[in-house]
Structures are given as C-alpha cells and as structure tokens.
Design a protein around this ligand. Structure first.
Ligand code: F6R
Length: 242
C-alpha cells in the first residue's frame, strides 16, 4: 500500500518483516562510506538488532564507518542504569558490533536539560543528515517520545510521558513505580528534516490505531506518526493487515 511517499509493507511473519528491514539497512552497511543512522529502542527492534549482530558475526557487515544517534532517553536514568535506553542499546546491539564508541551519540537523562538539548542539536548538525532513521510507534501514535499534541516544528525537548506510554513501558521495570515520568527526545522537526529515509516498524494489533491514523492521510497532531506524511521517503513495515 502506498500513501503519499509512504510505502507500507505487510508481512504475515515477523521474521520476514525483520529480514526486509535488515535488508534496507544492509545496503548502507555494505558501502565503505561513512553513514549516519538514527536508532530506536523498545521491544519492536530487538529482533532486527539480532540480525545486525548475526550479520556482523558472519563478517557480512561492519559498523566501523557508522555514526549513530538515538532518539530518546528517560529523564533521571544514568546510562548504566539497566532500564535506560542507553543500556538497552549497549546490551542489544552496540556491545556486539564494531561501532566506534566515540561515534555513538546519546541523549543524557541526567545532565542539565537546557544544555543537553543545545549539545545534541549541535552534534546532529555537525554529523549531517541521517541516512536511515529507524522508528517504532507507540499505541497512541507517538514517535520517539513525541507524545500526542507535540508540534511539527519541535526540536529536541523534555516531555511529560502520557499514561498510555507509562502503562506500555512500566512493565519493563522491576518496580513499575520506578519508571520515569519524563523523557528527553528528538523533536518532530529533528526527525523529519534530518532523515533522508525513515523506516518505521510496527508489530502487533496494539499499533493498529496509530497505523490507521497514518493511512487516513491527514496530518493530525494527536497522532504524531501522521507527521510522517510530510516526509518524502518512508517505509512502514508491519504485521497488521490494514
Ligand atoms: C523508543 C521510541 C519509542 C518506541 C515506541 C514503541 O526509542 O522512540 O517511540 O519506538 O514506544 O515501543 P515498543 O517497540 O516497545 O512497542
């Protein structure tokens, strides 16, 4: 299915869906040129990251020319906190590939927020456009931590997490009450204007409402995923039959 410049590919089988997403990245990992990726955390990309690691172990791909930026982080969590997004990336991907540590860029959830926002936007400016941005989507249509109501022109910012996001993510914490109530996230504009190509993976029926908002073909700030309608190269990979 195609809506504006969004290509939506349906896969019955999640392995096939992940293989398809992997193939889109592999083309970029194949070249010796420097590439810049923007990456997501969450349960959705875990199996895709396993494919990255497998391919690296089989010497098919290298990350030595890759710079990475992650979309978001919880406020108040140190990078070595096992519930932080940085810890998630280290333990699902970065520790098992040859990306150079100095090429990994992450938002800090514990630094002075104003300074951190300026620092991250500057680092992104310096690195240039993202060759590929990988996104997941929240049940409520959020992308990164841009919750419903986030304006189109938003840059990196601090956000109060919605009840829907808290409910979806608190299950990963030993004690659900320990889940931070705020995040620091790239904004909508940081993502839309910096990304050459966006790949969004959405698995499971809980993401149906968000995808239905997208295919309704109307930009609606209550479903931040619909801002992708303004981008010129988006691949949505899903197991939801729309
Ligand atoms: C995480 C992120 C979030 C997730 C979304 C879906 O870095 O940016 O927008 O992609 O909350 O999370 P999962 O994959 O756990 O359903």
């Amino acid at each position: 299915m195609k809506i504006r410049n969004i290509n939506i590919s349906y896969f019955k089988n999640l392995n096939d869906a992940n293989e398809y997403a992997f193939e889109l990245f592999r083309r970029e990992l194949d070249t010796l040129k420097e590439k810049n990726f923007c990456l997501a955390t969450g349960s959705t990309p875990v199996d895709l990251y396993k494919l990255f690691v497998k391919s690296f172990n089989e010497k098919q791909t290298t990350w030595k020319n890759i710079t990475s930026f992650n979309l978001d982080e919880y406020i108040g969590l140190e990078p070595n906190n096992k519930f932080s997004f940085r810890y998630f990336m280290d333990s699902n991907l970065f520790n098992y590939i040859d990306i150079q540590k100095e090429n990994i860029n992450f938002l800090s959830g514990t630094s002075n927020p104003e300074q951190e926002i300026v620092r991250y936007e500057k680092e992104m400016d310096k690195a240039g456009p993202f060759d590929i941005t990988l996104l997941g989507v929240g049940k409520n249509g959020h992308i990164a931590f841009n919750e419903p109501g986030t304006p189109r022109e938003s840059k990196t910012h601090i956000i109060d997490l919605t009840d829907s996001t808290i409910k979806a993510n608190e299950i990963y914490f030993d004690n659900p009450n320990d889940m931070p109530r705020q995040g620091i996230t790239m904004g909508i504009d940081s993502i839309i204007s910096r990304s050459k190509k966006i790949i969004l993976i959405a698995f499971g029926e809980s993401k149906r409402e968000a995808l239905e908002a997208l295919i309704s073909n109307k930009v609606n700030m209550n479903y931040p995923i619909t801002y992708l309608l303004e981008h010129n190269d988006v691949e949505v990979i899903t197991d939801i039959k729309l």
